[in-house]
Design a binder for this molecule. Structure first.
Ligand code: FDA
Length: 310
């Protein structure tokens, strides 16, 4: 409950225009801890630096205010350009996209534009042996995202597309069961949006318990599992679970956000676990940056100290 109140307070303040203007003007230096840069070369540079430490990358082009179909198509084109650039640099592309950024919910030519654009992106990624993860957004989008994931898996195969389930939603364990026939590649997260108690657990203990159940069920089913958390106690328990059940290190990976718990990312990679960092980049970094601050007061202190210094 306290977590929810803190998150709500930060996100409410962050939405205020004067706060945004101040942070945009003075905060880029601070945001660089969480955002790899504003363009493709800086994003690919971050991937290579992490690779040198044995950590894989998952690139995410940030986008805000993508409203019109033209803007959605342009955003999709920017992701396609990223795939080309990664391939040209010898990197097997692994990207995440938000279907809302590429047109989900807008019908163009008799089809949902999000699906049309995701098809272009997954098709190109497959051509390069790459992978596209469909990020999960707020709860009204879950049904359509899962339906589009099913559709894309049917068209391109489960090796090239995955999606995300959020343990804070009551519905999520049933959603995982309903996808079982696909043996899907799923990223399990706790959930980052402000959701009402009609749809989501409010207590962290419930969210954490559901998180463990989801990861264990997915690993137990033999489906590829992306354990996306910085929660050391969960990571510890997952390590024990896989050992106890004879699950190979190839059957799952740990995922964390760029710039967060870099020490833990490195030590897991050194222990021989597959580790992937989610690397956001792009000019629209403000909303992403605000969500990271909303996750923990430690990050808010980091920003306040930095702004006072600056
Ligand atoms: P929790 O919030 O319980 O934190 C556990 C511990 O981790 C904290 O005590 C702290 O030490 C550390 N920690 C967590 N966040 C930190 C931060 N920002 N800075 C510093 N330390 C921090 N959400 C979503 O709704 N849809 C999505 O598609 C995704 N995708 C996604 C991909 C990847 C790779 C990750 C890691 C996360 C997401 N998320 C997401 C975000 C996710 O839902 C969640 O908000 C964050 O991961 C924070 O939750 P934790 O699981 O880390 O645990």
């Amino acid at each position: 409950m306290i977590d929810q109140l803190y998150r709500k307070a930060v996100l409410t303040v962050a939405e205020r225009k004067p706060v945004e203007n101040l942070v945009r003007a003075r905060g880029w230096g601070l945001a660089q801890r969480f955002v790899a840069g504003e363009n493709i070369p800086s994003a690919l540079k971050a991937v290579k630096e992490l690779q040198a430490e044995g950590i894989l990358g998952n690139l995410d082009l940030l986008g805000e205010f993508i409203e019109s179909p033209e803007q959605c198509n342009q955003f999709a084109q920017n992701v396609l350009d990223l795939l080309d650039a990664a391939h040209a640099e010898g990197i097997i592309p692994y990207v995440s996209i938000k279907l809302s950024s590429v047109g989900q919910g807008k019908t163009v030519g008799g089809e949902d534009l999000g699906l049309t654009n995701a098809r272009r992106i997954v098709g190109k990624a497959r051509g390069y042996g790459g992978f596209v993860c469909l990020d999960m957004e707020d709860h009204p989008r879950v049904d359509q995202t899962l339906a589009q994931f099913r559709q894309l898996t049917g068209e391109f195969g489960g090796q090239h597309v995955g999606t995300v389930l959020q343990s804070y939603l009551y519905r999520t364990e049933a959603d995982r069961d309903s996808l079982g026939d696909l043996r899907p590649n799923l990223r399990i997260v706790k959930g980052a949006y402000l959701e009402p108690e009609t749809v989501a657990f409010m207590d962290k203990a419930d969210v954490d318990a559901a998180y463990r159940r989801l990861v264990y069920a997915h690993l137990g089913a033999g489906s590829y599992t992306n354990v996306a958390t910085h929660d050391e106690s969960i990571i510890h328990d997952v390590k024990h679970f896989v050992l106890a059940h004879g699950i190979s290190k190839d059957a799952f990976e740990f995922q964390m956000l760029y710039g967060i718990r870099r020490d833990l990312q490195k030590s897991l990679a050194q222990e021989g676990y597959r580790v992937r960092a989610y690397i956001p980049y792009g000019r629209d970094w403000y909303a992403y940056f605000s969500r990271r601050i909303a996750e923990t007061p430690r990050n808010a202190m980091f920003v306040v100290r930095g702004m006072l210094k600056g």
